[in-house]
Design a binder for this molecule. Sequence first.
Ligand SMILES: Nc1ncnc2c1ncn2[C@@H]1O[C@H](COP(=O)(O)OP(=O)(O)O)[C@@H](O)[C@H]1O
Ligand SMILES: CC(=O)OP(=O)(O)O
Ligand SMILES: [Mg+2]
Length: 412
Amino acid sequence: MAILAVNAGSSSLKFSLHPLQDGGKVQPSVLNGCIEGLEPGGTPQMDWTFAGQRHQETITTPGESSFQRALARLRVLLGELEGAPTIKAVAHRVVHGGQAFKQSVVVAGTVLEQLESLNSMAPLHQPHNLAGIRSFQQAFPNLPQVACFDTAFHTSLPDVASAFALPQSLTEQGVRRYGFHGLSYHYIMDTLLEQSPRATGRVLMAHLGNGASLCAAVAGRSCATTMGFSALDGLMMGTRSGTLDAGVLLYLMEQGWDHDRIQKLLYKQSGLLGVSGISADMRRLRADGSEAAQRAIDQFTYRVVRESGALIASMGGLDVLAFSGGIGEHDAVLRAQVCERLGWLGVEIDAGRNAEATRDAISAIHTSGSSMEVWVIPTDEGRVAAREAATLLHQGDDEPEQAQELALEGIE
Ligand SMILES: Nc1ncnc2c1ncn2[C@@H]1O[C@H](COP(=O)(O)OP(=O)(O)O)[C@@H](O)[C@H]1O
Ligand SMILES: CC(=O)OP(=O)(O)O
Ligand SMILES: [Mg+2]
C-alpha cells in the first residue's frame, strides 16, 4: 500500500508515491514526477523517475483541458508501473487552511467549499490546489483525498507574531499572519531533529524556491515567519514582491490601477523577474552576468539577510540555520554570501563543504569553530503530506464502522 502525494500548481503538477510500512510508517518515494505546461492551451510534458530510471514524455492523451489530459495520463502511468504498491489515498498540498483548518483533513462534506472561500488569500495556489482535489476525486472516486495545509505548521505562532498592528476587530475576522511553506518546514524541522541535538534550540529555516520564506522555530515549533496573510509577504521571490510599503498600493490605486492589475503586478511581475526584467529563475540570472541580473540577485540576497536578522532577534539568538528549496539547496554562492553577512553572529561555513552540498543530500556545512550549525536540507513536502494522510487513515482504520475498501479499482 502507498500514499500518492500531489502538489497541483498553476502550471505544474508534482507527484510522488510513498509506500507504507506495517503500522502506517511512510517511506521515501519510489515514484517522483512533475508535469509542466498545464496552463490553458499548454502542452503537458511529464518527467518522472521510477525505480531509479528517469523518463520524459510529451502527453498526447486526449482530454478537455491540459490538466485533464495530464491526469488521464497519470492514471494510466500509475497502473503501468510494474511492482508499484497499490494506492490507499491521495494527499494534496493545500497552501491555505484559514482559521478553520489547523491540521490535515479528509476532504468530505463542505470542506472544499470552506477552502474555496480562501482563494483570494492565495490566488496563485489555492484555486489550483482545489481544482487538483476535484479532478482526483473524479479520477479516483474510491480513494480518500486528504488536504494537508501549508499553514498548519504555523498554528503555534504566538499572538504577538501573528497579529498585525490593525484594529482588533480585523484580527478577529482572521486578518492576520498565517505563514506558508509549512509542509516543507515540518520536513526540515524533523530532519534537523534527527541530525542534531542543537535543533531543539533556536532554529532558522530558509525555504528559498520560486516562493521564498523564512521560519524561526524554538523547541521544534514555529514562532515567527516572513509570509503573512497571503503568500506575498516577506522575502523577495521569483515573481512576487515580498514585503512592500502599503502606501505604494494606495498610490497605485490613486493612479487608477484596479484590483486585477495590482494582483498581477504583485504576484506575477515583481521579484527577481520584475527587478531584472530577464527571468524569475535564479539559474538563468546567475548565468546571465548582466548588471540587471546582478541587481536582482543582490536584492534577493539582501532581503534574506535582513529578514534573517529580524527573525534571529525574535528568538534572541541562533543555534541552527538551514537552507532549503530550489535556490537554498543548489545555490552555494547565495549560501556563502548570506552566511558571510551573518558572520557577526559567529557563523562560519566551510567553503569546500558548501560547494559540495549542491548535491541532493543532507549536508552540514559549518566549520568546527562556528558558533552555530549550518545545514542544507533537500526538502520533501510530499513525504510530509503522505505522512499526514497515513496518520489520518490509520486513525480511521481503528474505527471499524469507517473502514472502507480502498483498493485502486479506478485504474485501468
Ligand atoms: N543549480 C541551481 N542554482 C541556482 N538556483 C537554482 C538551481 N536549481 C534550481 N534553482 C532555482 O530554484 C528555484 C525553484 O525552486 P523550487 O523550490 O523548485 O520551486 P517551486 O517548488 O516553488 O516551484 C528557481 O528559481 C531555480 O532557478
Ligand atoms: C506558498 C508558496 O509560495 O508556495 P510555492 O513556493 O510552492 O510557490
Ligand atoms: Mg515550492
